[in-house]
Ligand binder design. Structure first.
Ligand SMILES: Cc1cc2nc3c(=O)[nH]c(=O)nc-3n(C[C@H](O)[C@H](O)[C@H](O)COP(=O)(O)OP(=O)(O)OC[C@H]3O[C@@H](n4cnc5c(N)ncnc54)[C@H](O)[C@@H]3O)c2cc1C
Length: 385
């Protein structure tokens, strides 16, 4: 997000400096599955569906032009996505959800029966009872996209400092003064906190929860249907990006160790997690059980208590913007860059309203998060709110 925002601000002709504590794409933007799922999860609230779609559609439009604009092929592939049901009850739930989404104005989503799903995705195991399908979802290479944004921002004279940790945001008399970067003061009229899972360390007034996820990459194999999959295995919600352009399969998420808040920043991967992710392949694609795993990793995303990110000015402090709390960042990265740059460059006038993401909804409010937690626990927690 930080680089998408910096790119748009620099493109708008304004001075911008990015401070990154490690390297470009070292956060979750370089560690995710690259799925672009416009309506992830099983949200049943028509208003929220309509609102989320509005931003996801705009994001899609910008993403489509971005390879040309950045001069960077980040392997955008609109190959559709499946939310797969393996029981009749779940299929009925998805069918109902598709009807709710359609009524909320979603013209693309459809319910496919098990036979149709297997026809489109023959490598999926037998016993598929149906799926929610969106043909315009897909995937991209998040690492390439992040570097593409960085290079394009630099072309527009943005300064990017890596291995430069912001220790503190400097505020005086209700106005932002700049940041302290490893003890050195850097003055700025505007500061954007785009540290996602680490954002609450810099702005503790907004409680964003870190959520660790694990992913795994196989050796390259012959082409299969490359679409992302969302499904439930052993009661756990998992997301699987199937095939990248180079032929590798990315899967992850099963048996991720539910841990306490500080553990969600850990980047080591336990044998149990590797086994869990490996078993996704044999359970979803049994004919691929022989394929070798060549790499595993973990990353940390951010979650807010309503599942929507916080984007906008912090109350009480002039010039301090937050853009954090992204659990599904690839479906937002392009539109967030545009809207935050407009907020700063156009006197607060944005081409789409930022109200649904207003940070004041969480300002200085303590959230009673469940502990220990993982993705599934949080999804259940959000459903009950
Ligand atoms: C394993 C995994 C799989 C995922 N799969 C998908 C997917 O398929 N599709 C999808 O849409 N989303 C996915 N996500 C979520 C997605 O990665 C995030 O929503 C998105 O990358 C968030 O982008 P961001 O720029 O806000 O955060 P980040 O990319 O984490 O960027 C924040 C940056 O801030 C830096 N930082 C932190 N503190 C400081 C400081 N004090 N000073 C300077 N720099 C600092 C960090 O080093 C980091 O680079 C996945 C996440 C993980 C971990």
């Amino acid at each position: 997000m930080g680089l998408s925002i910096a790119y748009r601000i620099a493109e708008g002709g304004c001075d911008v400096t990015v401070f990154e504590q490690r390297n470009i794409a070292s956060g979750s933007s370089g560690r995710n599955g690259g799925q672009i799922i416009q309506l992830d999860g099983r949200d049943k609230d028509p208003e929220s569906i309509a609102r989320r779609l509005l931003y996801a559609k705009e994001n899609n439009k910008i993403l489509d032009d971005l390879p040309h604009e950045l001069g960077c092929d980040f392997e955008l592939n609109r190959c559709g996505s499946f939310d797969v049901a393996f029981t009749d009850e779940e299929a009925e739930e998805l069918n109902n959800l598709v009807e709710i989404q359609k009524k909320a104005g979603d013209r693309e989503v459809e319910f496919l029966d098990g036979e149709e799903v297997r026809r489109l995705f023959p490598v999926l195991r037998e016993g598929v009872c149906g799926a929610r399908y969106r043909p315009t979802d897909g995937n991209l290479d998040p690492f390439k996209l992040t570097y593409g944004l960085a290079m394009a921002a630099k072309k527009h004279k943005a300064k990017i400092f890596t291995h430069s940790k912001v220790d503190k945001i400097l505020i005086e008399n209700g106005e932002v003064l700049g940041v302290s970067v490893m003890g050195k003061i850097v003055k700025a009229k505007w500061v954007v906190n785009a540290a996602n899972a680490w954002a609450p360390i810099l702005t503790p007034e907004i409680d964003i929860l870190p959520l660790r996820q694990v992913a795994m990459l196989t050796e390259p194999i012959a082409p299969i249907t490359p679409s992302p999959i969302e499904t439930v295995i052993d009661g756990d919600v998992i997301y699987t990006t199937t095939q990248t352009k180079s032929g590798n399969i990315i899967v992850g998420g099963l048996r991720t160790q539910a841990r306490f808040r500080s553990d969600h920043y850990r980047e080591d991967v336990s044998p149990e997690e590797i086994q869990g992710s490996t078993s996704i392949i044999s359970r979803l694609f049994p004919s691929l059980s022989h394929v070798n795993i060549i790499r595993t990793w973990a990353g940390t995303m951010g979650f807010t208590a309503d599942g929507l990110p916080c984007i906008g000015l912090l109350p009480d402090v002039r010039g301090l913007v937050i853009a954090a709390g992204f659990s599904n960042g690839m479906a937002n990265v392009a539109i967030v860059g545009k809207l935050v740059s407009e907020l700063i460059l156009c006197n607060g006038k944005t081409s789409l309203p930022l109200d649904p993401f207003d940070p004041s909804r969480f300002y200085k409010k303590k959230v009673d998060w469940p502990e220990p937690y993982n993705y599934t626990v949080l999804a259940e927690f959000l459903k009950k709110l």
